[in-house]
Ligand binder design. Structure first.
Ligand code: CA
Length: 253
């Protein structure tokens, strides 16, 4: 699969220094705690890795160190305003094209124009519907990284749809938990490549996860159970002493 190489070399503005990561990383900068929580809860449920900042100045420090795949940026923030952060991000080479969605309580047309004029890609007025914001996040990520956010992955009789978050095998729907879904998605993106448990933890659970590596085995076990019935071929290969991979010969019968 050629897409393999492309994914791995495309580290231009992905999760920094983590070319093998699948889940897009989203930074939510919002000082209203309940809204920040609601957003991160919903974004995580969609499989994204979410970081949160409550202040403009701390958000800038984080953005100087690590560039996410997308920023949801509140307009009015303590420290530095969202508008100013947006302007500064656009002035930096590394973040010139970083997707930014601005949030604001002010819905006047003039404010909207101001937000877009400093370079926000999209603009959402509070209160907004969460599904609508999720749709905009997806659309923006797809536009920014089409090769990583291709809507479907297919191998043999297994089809994974990122839009609907559904997986089918030979036409029947498989019921996967969110972690199993991400695990399968990650492995299917790079068939044949063997990943260590540490790499899988990093990619599927996120950098901050302090989880025992045996957790990976537990979830791979669940994934296998969900994907393969008796007598069906197991697409996941255990490589002793190394880790796991999606069998590259799987689609070939
Ligand atoms: Ca605010």
């Amino acid at each position: 699969m050629m897409s393999d190489e492309r994914v791995l070399t495309d580290t231009g503005k992905g999760p920094v220094g983590r070319g093998h990561s699948t889940a897009p990383r989203i930074l939510v900068v919002e000082d209203e705690a309940s809204l920040a929580l609601l957003l991160s809860y919903n974004l995580e449920a969609e499989g994204y890795i979410v970081d949160r900042e409550e202040r403009g100045d701390t958000a800038e420090l984080r953005l100087a160190e690590q560039i996410p795949d997308l920023v949801v940026l509140d307009w009015m923030l303590p420290g530095v305003s969202g508008l100013e952060i947006c302007r500064r991000l656009r002035a930096r080479d590394a973040t010139r094209t970083l997707p930014i969605i601005m949030l604001t309580a002010r819905g006047e047309e003039s404010e909207r124009v101001r937000g877009l004029s400093v370079g926000a890609d999209d603009y959402v007025v509070k209160p907004f519907s969460v599904p609508e914001l999720m749709a905009r996040v997806r659309a923006l990520l797809r536009r920014a990284r089409p090769e990583r956010i291709a809507a479907r992955l297919q191998s043999g009789d297994i089809e994974l749809d990122r839009e609907t978050r559904r997986v089918h095998r030979a036409g029947r729907e498989l019921h996967l938990g969110p972690t199993e879904f991400r695990l399968l998605e990650f492995l299917m993106e790079k068939p044949g490549r063997v990943f260590s448990r540490a790499q899988l933890l990093d990619a599927v659970w996120g950098l901050s996860a302090e989880i025992d590596e045996r957790t990976v085995d537990v979830h791979v076990g669940r994934l296998r159970k969900a994907v393969s019935r008796v007598r069906e071929r197991d697409p996941i290969r255990t490589v002793r002493g190394s880790g796991y991979s999606f069998d590259e010969t799987f689609g070939r019968g």
